[in-house]
Design a protein. Sequence first.
Length: 154
Amino acid sequence: MGMNQFLKNVMLRVNTIDCRGSVCDGPGIRSLVFLQGCRKKCSKCHNSQTWDENGGIRMNVNDIFQEIDRNTPLKRITISGGEPLLQLDGLQSLIDILHERHYDIALYTGYDIKEVPKSILCKLDYIKYGCYKEDLHTTLEYYGSTNQKFISLK
Ligand code: SF4
């Protein structure tokens, strides 16, 4: 089975793919993928429409990659949610293909960095980790609250 055929069989629940070009979700102009589902229920979460694990739309990883790739000439992507790590198999496959095609990849997660599998971590350029905490809200670039960490893994 070829790579594309394999990726057609791996599914992810997606809230939104936004390739308009964001400048506030990591360095440079980036496309965004918001994966569906989160159990953390942070107060004042900006993305509560992504909480329902049965919401969003089911897409195969090949289609997700093709949509990103058609619309992301600068090859920078931020994967957010929701909680991307709830869909580990699909997330791994998406990161694998993006990494293989030389994308600059940022991952936003509410988990601690120690909970992110090495097989994912080794393919990331940036990671933002830690839950959003309303009482620690900040306008600092790329951050939601000051307890979070945004680091380069390059
Ligand atoms: S982890 Fe993120 S998506 Fe989940 S509830 Fe908290 S702020 Fe919202």
